[in-house]
Design a protein around this ligand. Sequence first.
Ligand code: SF4
Length: 301
Amino acid sequence: MIIRTISDEMKRKYGTKVYRLSLSSGCSCPNRDGKLGYGGCTFCSEGGSGDFASPVLSIQEQLEYAKEKVGRKISAGIPESDRRYIAYFQSFTNTYGDPERLEKLYAETLERPEIVALSLGTRPDCLPDEILDMLVRLRQKYDKEIWVELGLQTMHDETAKRINRGYPLPVFEQSFHKLKEKDFSVIIHIIYGLPGETREDMLETVTYLSRLRPYPDGVKLQLLHILKGTKMAEDYREKPFHILSMEEYIDLIVTSLQILPEDVVIHRMTGDGPKKLLIEPLWSADKKRVLNALNKAIKAV
Ligand code: SF4
């Protein structure tokens, strides 16, 4: 089976491994602050479903801090000047805020020569025209890739209500097409293991993505992590639901990779939940074991 992973794609384009720098835009989320809803998606942790990044530091300080952190993984043989990065704003809703402030912030990252792409995690109901126009301006000015990452999680509105996602499927579809008309790279997040969903329901979501035209540029396949302090942790305690086993998850991923068109780039196949907060599935804490089993299953197809 041929799969196009984002790390291979970036290596091919830029001739070197490209690293993610986790940054914070300081944006909140309208599903938490009351504009669209309260409490947020039930699986969302205090950090806004993203990697750690400090909003207290200036963007330049954040960039330096993130580079230093990532630098520990980069071979000393690669000089500083040859290293390339994606400015990765994943936590909360990074298109929800004053467009002028956001334009300045994102411009400050894009003007750095070592940054080759800007990646913005957001909700499909937070992409008004003025934000899209601002992103188009930035793309033209800096001639760099801008990715918009949409948290869909599931195509099923019943599950979406249950996890308090806060928008129905047509809102996603409309935003997806609007973004593609403006030629943005669109990456879609989906989550396997959401309460009440069967294997068929989950595969229906990935099949739905495979039928979108144009194709999504990328997909992130993620495992549901039930984290301490979330509404989902409460729901699970009150009414436990099925937790995917590692075998079930691997089967879902391998099947999904067979369903998705080869042109769709795979950005992620596992989640990276904070171990300290993880309630279930506990097997997912052993990332090495999961990746080994996953790679073995992919090779066998
Ligand atoms: S939209 Fe994102 S940041 Fe907002 S509550 Fe849901 S997962 Fe959290």
